[in-house]
Design a protein around this ligand. Structure first.
Ligand code: SF4
Ligand code: SF4
Length: 484
């Protein structure tokens, strides 16, 4: 269907352009439609007055509606009326006495207006670009409103409007999205929580994803996002939530290994650091990259608190120079190479409070950094534990491919007898893969064969299928446990 619309649209533009000069610019350009509000000013003012009156009567309408109506109305007026007669503003005038009928003005006009045949250009498409005036060889023949000095009006108006735009932009924030899922009455007691510096608010899609996350939080009435400032406003019920609850909801605790912990290291040193302005996963990822570049740290965890606590883990035999570590953590920028180009970001978080150090065992550390992965499928709830067995084997180097587990999961789910995929730590803190299966439908040999297939056959969420070379290798054979 999308392809059909695309083909029809392209055909319309091509056919229209064959018969009508500047067909797209005149009839289809959305920017042109918006700019019509300046041509049909009277109509726009009428829409604005009605909008303000409705607001005064308590009818809440998003500002996009009057803008859309003014644009669509201007578009219709242009088609039906084709002359700007609503307000007598500046227009190109031609002095028939001095005109030599050379036609240069009509040829030059970018809007295709036949200037040479008009005494006054009333065409709605005239944007006062002055091209016709510039090209006219006869002095003071083409003017704006018969006044020579008015030829400076359009450039001066552009500069003035540009400056006004800049000033308005600094005082009047236009949200990227403004979503509310309660009525104005229900929101009567709502309070607003604002937060700037959220790097994950970077476009319309990320704003919508943020809104759907906040919609699931009880007591949140709506959100507005401002991509330019990386800012959000959250409307909430103060009787259900506090501003601190919202801070906590915005924060995503994270953990990541920075490098493997060498064999034989029995314990791990942990350094606790308190950070301000450490808001989202981007801050966490930047800090992880910084520590990878400049320290021997093996792991990093962030925990919600005010200020945020980050825990940095080092092999037990590391001599930690606190002053040096502090200097690294206070780095103002971070740069790294990726895909042949250098990336640089400004690090806005600040170290506050005292650094505290401690120590934990190797096992505790592995347990802390481990993030289990579990997916169930193929109607797993239908099977009684008496028929379900578990095929278990070491994850080995496959543990570094966690972001690609979904391909492997989709591939093995093609066997209807396999019903669960999960990763666990065994008693020796070794990462294991556990695959639950119905023993009357499949067996461990078949599972091992599937895990080591040359290609992975997977299915997208929309039902399409695909193939990818298998990047997983399970050399060690597994064993079968009776129960999970
Ligand atoms: S001012 Fe520009 S758009 Fe208007 S008639 Fe002259 S050349 Fe055409
Ligand atoms: S360019 Fe000047 S002189 Fe030539 S037709 Fe146009 S108005 Fe007349």
């Amino acid at each position: 269907m999308v392809v059909l619309y695309a083909v029809l649209s392209i055909a319309l533009v091509i056919i229209g352009s064959v018969f009508i000069r500047l067909f797209w610019c005149k009839y289809l350009c959305p920017l042109g439609a918006i700019s019509n509000i300046f041509k049909f000013t009277g109509f726009f003012i009428a829409v604005l007055v009605i909008y303000i009156a409705l607001l005064l009567f308590g009818v809440k309408i998003h500002f996009a509606w009057p803008l859309a109506i003014a644009s669509a109305g201007g578009y219709l007026l242009e088609i039906l009326n084709y002359s700007n007669r609503i307000i007598p503003v500046a227009k190109i005038t031609r002095n028939e006495e001095t005109c030599t009928d050379c036609q240069l003005c009509s040829i030059k006009c970018p809007q295709g207006i036949d200037v040479a045949s008009m005494k006054v250009v009333k065409d709605a498409d005239c944007n006062l670009c002055n091209d016709c005036i510039d090209v006219c060889p006869e002095k003071e023949t083409l003017q704006i409103n018969k006044r020579e000095y008015l030829r400076w009006l359009p450039p001066i108006a552009v500069v003035v409007l540009f400056v006004i735009g800049l000033l308005l932009e600094s005082v009047w924030e236009i949200p990227t999205i403004d979503k509310r899922w309660y009525t104005q009455e229900e929101m009567a007691n709502a309070e607003t929580f604002s937060r700037e510096g959220l790097k994950n608010i970077k476009c319309y899609a990320s704003s919508m994803s943020f809104a759907s996350k906040m919609k699931r939080v009880n007591g949140v009435y709506g959100v507005a996002t401002y991509v330019g400032d990386k800012k959000v406003k959250i409307y909430y019920d103060p009787e259900v939530l506090s501003s601190e609850d919202i801070e906590k909801t915005l924060f995503t605790p994270s953990k990541t290994p920075l490098r493997p912990l060498a064999k034989g290291v029995a314990d791990v040193k942990v350094v606790d650091v308190l950070l301000e302005n450490f808001f989202d996963v981007y801050d966490f990822n930047y800090l992880a990259k910084l520590l990878q570049q400049k320290t021997d740290a093996v792991g990093l965890i962030s925990e919600y608190a005010c200020p945020v606590i980050v825990k940095i883990y080092f092999p037990g035999n590391t001599e930690i120079n606190e002053k040096e570590l502090l200097e690294i953590l206070e780095s103002k920028t971070l740069s790294w190479e990726a895909a042949g180009k250098t990336n640089e970001v400004v690090l806005k978080y600040e170290v506050v409070g005292k650094i505290e150090t401690g120590s934990i065992s190797r096992g505790e550390y592995i347990n802390l950094l481990f993030s289990p992965y579990k997916v169930e499928f193929n109607n797993n709830k239908n099977y009684d534990s008496t028929v379900v067995k578990v095929y278990t084997l070491p994850l080995g180097k496959n543990r570094s491919l966690k972001k690609r587990y979904q391909y492997l999961v989709s591939h093995i789910s093609n066997d209807d007898g396999i019903i669960r995929f999960q990763t666990v730590l065994n008693n020796e803190y070794k990462q294991m893969l556990e695959i639950s299966f119905v023993d009357t439908m499949t067996n461990s040999n078949q599972i091992h064969h599937l895990l080591n297939s040359d290609t992975l056959k997977f299915t997208y969420s929309d039902g399409r299928t695909g193939k990818i070379e298998n990047m997983f290798h399970f050399d060690e054979p597994g064993t079968v446990k009776e129960k999970n």
